[in-house]
Design a protein around this ligand. Sequence first.
Ligand SMILES: Cc1cc2nc3c(=O)[nH]c(=O)nc-3n(C[C@H](O)[C@H](O)[C@H](O)COP(=O)(O)OP(=O)(O)OC[C@H]3O[C@@H](n4cnc5c(N)ncnc54)[C@H](O)[C@@H]3O)c2cc1C
Length: 392
Amino acid sequence: MARILVVGGGFAGMSAAARLAKLRHDVTVLERGAEPGGRLLGVPIGGDRWAAGPESVTLPGAFRDLFRKSGRPMDALIAISPAGPRHHVLPARWPRHTVTLDLPFGTRGAQHDAVVAAFGSDAWSPWVDESPDPWNELRRSVLEVAHPHDSPVPEVAWSDRSLSRTVRALRDPRLRRLAADLPGLTESAPGVLAVWHYVERNFGRWRFDGGSAGLATALTTRLRERKVTIETGVDVARPVDVGVELADGSIREADVVVWATGTDPLAAAPTPSLEHTAVRLDGATEVPDDLVVHDSHVVRGWRSGTDGWVFEAPRDVDPLAVLARHGLDLTSFVTWRGSVPAPPTSDDLPRPARSPRPGLWLVGAAASPGASLEVTGMGTAALAEHLGAVPR
Ligand SMILES: Cc1cc2nc3c(=O)[nH]c(=O)nc-3n(C[C@H](O)[C@H](O)[C@H](O)COP(=O)(O)OP(=O)(O)OC[C@H]3O[C@@H](n4cnc5c(N)ncnc54)[C@H](O)[C@@H]3O)c2cc1C
């Protein structure tokens, strides 16, 4: 049995802890906050908590696997249901060629119909059809693998191209924007990451009952069932050779440290380039729950609660001004507004479980800035498999 300290009780830390405890390791979660959950509980802006992203996930199998492999099936703790379409505004040089597209998830036929309704024909579906092989390669050689400190750079499909090159096969510039504007990525990201459109189309997007806070509650219950010790109010300063050093200077020993604080403890913190602006609106009920405006600066938005939305945009761009330029002028409905820097993201291939040195593993956003919840879950699955079960 290994003594494992998991530092950080967000989705990455909790999913790692649940899996490792089921494998009979002695697992303790050290969480700085008053309760586990991390960004699943929302992001504090102006005294309230706001949704950290669109409250939906793809690859439901990654979550089902997490609950099944850590005890009982997911349905015993939390239900999921399909999420609605994502609203895209795809501007063109001539305003009358601007297209709005409500792109559904989960079926090729529904996507085809939506694209035909918006564009008159469908060049999108055949382009997305090219992704299954690269997706399987990415999954098997990068996402479902724990990457030890001495492992070579993983081989991936389409390694000769960037995202901008991969989307060039789409001739319509509006479809190119749709394809290239993936959360947290720029056009110089690896081309293989374009497979995310295939993933969303094939596996759908899903909402947890009670949103991501509901997922946090279900995971906390699972950790209690697995008898994982959760220590809250513990601020960990850094990993050390024998375990971790706390902010008060004391040492906690461990055989393995799983670092899940959202930031890499051995690297300089990257500068955030995006900002999250939260707004409360009085009366503007027509705002989609999940939207992307593909302007020269991309603006994403998602609902948070009944009358709140969060908009993500580059730090020097006013998201409300961009929305107003594209027919969604919310300024007269805003009753409150506040902003915080968004977490940093990275164009690197996501390696959601990687070890910078023996005995120390990084998972979730600490391993891969901007890693989505699904990718984070795949990483903690890979880590559990890599560390293995304690023999009975
Ligand atoms: C609803 C939602 C939607 C999202 N949508 C997207 C998306 O569309 N695209 C995308 O790229 N990402 C998205 N994300 C973000 C992505 O999923 C995050 O990368 C993920 O939530 C990070 O989880 P984490 O556990 O690594 O970090 P966190 O959730 O940040 O958890 C870190 C935990 O560590 C604790 N901690 C921090 N420092 C210390 C310390 N020194 N000592 C002890 N404890 C510490 C914190 O208190 C926190 O509880 C979304 C997240 C949510 C919740």
